[in-house]
Design a protein around this ligand. Structure first.
Ligand code: GRF
Length: 195
């Protein structure tokens, strides 16, 4: 069975979309894949209760409890290793991961970023897209490497920027697409692992 671990920091709406797709599409039977854990770096991450309600094991590795990134990542690695994942899915996980961490899991970590990479790495992507007068925005799923938001692109979804858009309106339009894009990409990776 392929093990999938999902890392979150907040509302977990992407994680919820992935969990739902896994149930509806029966990933256990179709891909011999199972979401074995949802791990949050914040004890108050709303997504934790969604995962629990779906019967998924949850763990918290609270970054505030560790003196530095190295100690936090050492503990995070320990917890992740319990589940021996073949795929680590960052879904709104708001900690930068060091090269020492990412190199432990080569070609196993993916992330979703709310812009059409390589444009707008980092934060405040929607505000910056509006400021620049972009006519299209979107989201990108990419492999995670040490450099932030810079790993190779697996797939993207695009939405139009509409007259009168605010960052909030644009974010909501992009998020709707993220919820379709991320499960689709994961299913592709799982089927590729199986072939
Ligand atoms: C999403 O927009 C994702 O692209 C970004 O953070 C947001 C997380 O939302 N990395 P959620 O926690 O999945 O609801």
């Amino acid at each position: 069975m392929q093990s999938i671990v999902i890392l979150i920091s907040g509302s977990g709406s992407n994680m919820a979309a992935i969990v739902k797709a896994a149930q509806i599409q029966n990933w256990e039977q179709k891909y011999q894949a199972k979401i074995t854990a949802v791990i949050a770096n914040r004890p108050d991450a709303k997504g934790l209760s969604i995962a629990k309600a779906a019967g998924i094991e949850t763990q918290v590795v609270d970054h505030k409890k560790y003196p530095d990134r190295t100690d936090f990542e050492t503990e995070l690695t320990k917890v992740i290793q319990i589940y021996q994942p073949s795929l680590i899915v960052l879904a709104g996980f708001m900690r930068i991961l060091s090269g020492a961490f990412t190199q432990q899991f080569p070609e196993k970590i993916i992330n979703i970023h709310p812009s059409l990479l390589p444009a707008f790495t980092g934060l405040h992507t929607h505000e910056r897209a509006l400021q620049m007068g972009c006519k299209f925005a979107g989201a990108t799923v990419h492999w995670v490497i040490e450099e932030l938001d810079a790993g190779s692109i697996i797939d993207q979804a695009m939405v139009p920027v509409l007259p009168g858009d605010t960052a909030e309106k644009l974010a909501a339009r992009v998020l709707t697409q993220e919820h379709l894009l991320y499960p689709r990409v994961i299913a592709q990776i799982l089927s590729h692992h199986n072939s």
